[in-house]
Design a protein around this ligand. Structure first.
Ligand code: AOF
Ligand code: ZN
Length: 361
């Protein structure tokens, strides 16, 4: 197999893996393809809920064609006994001759162990094919393992002069329908969506993914409300995904209906939610990819706390003026070199608006 062919098959496996981003937490969404004589004989992606893993599914499809074949996996095959045997052993026992892996699995139960099982069986292993793309796809999984918090994407939708509403609060609509649809698409590949209590009260959003075909992909709905008070009646009624309320107030004393879970998190000195502690709690609950549509107050706090890894910025070709409400509130910077800095990763037109994706510099 030439390097060009290896790359092509790994890209195929990466595309498969991306399909279940947002559905497999706390597990990564891994893609696997089995190839024989440069022909695809099996493919799999980590199932919703995180199990079964990708490899046994791809091997089941390949059947006896797996003997002597090459497997392309976007993450090192696991080495531990869970509900099923380690994927590295399953690949070995299926007769796979060569395994191409994009990225080492830093899970302490794996961490080189999968590769070692394969090599001990005389299987040829290539590590690092398309590593950069695989890391990008696995940012949530990696962030939670390495930093104990989810990868945080902040969504902003604003006028060309950085405003989200008129002084009156009127904000419907600044960006157009296509931008809003694209925003819903982002919801679908995240594990959870976060809003502040202010946005919830102002907009009464459902926070679900309502794009055709993606209705079953709505993330957990997380609401940050330090005193725990929030009006979630419309959400409880829509039979959508669970609602988690992050609050500093005691959990008892609330009478909740439906799929509501309250989590008590530590407060800051001035009585607000300690956002670092909240992120740690979300990670311990399994969240790896968090999408914040939070509104200016929450977004500004996340920026201040350096908790924003990526921004998706929708900009509308409309001026609102300095009397409008700013996208980002006061940061109280004393010098420019203290400003949260990002680098542009991509731009594209969505309807009449522009979508920019920025990542933490
Ligand atoms: C693979 N293939 O498709 C995935 C892997 O709780 P368990 O037993 O499912 O194990 C979770 C761990 O398995 C997870 O932390 C990661 O190390 C690995 N995920 N491994 O071989 C897969 N999703
Ligand atoms: Zn596995």
């Amino acid at each position: 197999m030439t390097e060009h062919e290896d790359r092509r098959w790994m890209e195929y496996a990466l595309r498969l893996g991306r399909r279940h981003l947002g559905l497999t937490w706390p597990n990564p969404s891994v893609g696997c393809v089995v190839v024989k004589n440069n022909r695809l004989v099996g493919m799999g992606v980590t199932a919703p809920g995180g199990r079964p893993h990708a490899e046994p599914q791809a091997l089941a499809m390949a059947g006896r064609d797996a003997v002597g074949a090459t497997a392309y996996v976007t993450l090192e095959p696991c080495a531990h006994y869970g509900q099923t045997p380690p994927c590295a052993e399953t690949l070995r026992d299926a007769g796979i001759a060569r395994v191409v892996i994009a990225l080492e699995d830093p899970d302490p139960r794996v961490n080189g162990g999968g590769r070692a099982i394969l090599e001990a069986a005389g299987i040829s292993v290539s590590m690092g094919m398309c590593r950069g793309e695989a890391e990008r796809d696995q940012v949530g999984y990696l962030k939670r393992l390495r930093n104990g918090r989810p990868f945080v994407t902040l969504k902003l939708a604003q006028s060309l002069d950085g405003r989200v509403a008129l002084a009156s609060g009127e904000s419907k609509w600044i960006t157009g329908a296509e931008a809003r649809r694209t925003g819903h698409g982002f919801r679908a590949n995240h594990d959870a969506i976060l809003v502040g209590h202010g946005t919830l009260t102002a907009d009464q959003p459902q926070l679900t993914s309502r794009l055709p075909g993606l209705q079953t992909r709505s993330p957990i709905r997380v609401i940050a409300s330090s005193d725990g008070a929030c009006n979630i009646d419309t959400m409880v009624e829509d039979a959508g995904p669970p609602i988690w309320i992050m609050q500093t107030a005691p959990k008892d004393g609330f009478r909740d209906a439906g799929p509501v879970q309250r989590e008590r998190v530590p407060a800051t000195d001035d009585g607000r939610i300690n956002l670092h502690a909240m992120m740690e709690r979300l990670a311990s609950l399994g969240i790896t990819r968090l999408y914040c549509e939070g509104g200016p107050t929450l977004g500004t706090s996340l920026l201040k706390e350096d908790l924003v890894d990526q921004i998706v910025l929708f900009s509308a070709p409309m001026a609102i003026g300095g009397d409008g409400r700013p996208t980002i509130a006061e940061l109280g910077l004393g010098a420019l070199d203290q400003a949260p800095a990002f680098s542009f990763r991509s731009h594209r037109h969505v309807g009449d608006d522009v979508l920019s994706v920025l990542e933490r510099a």
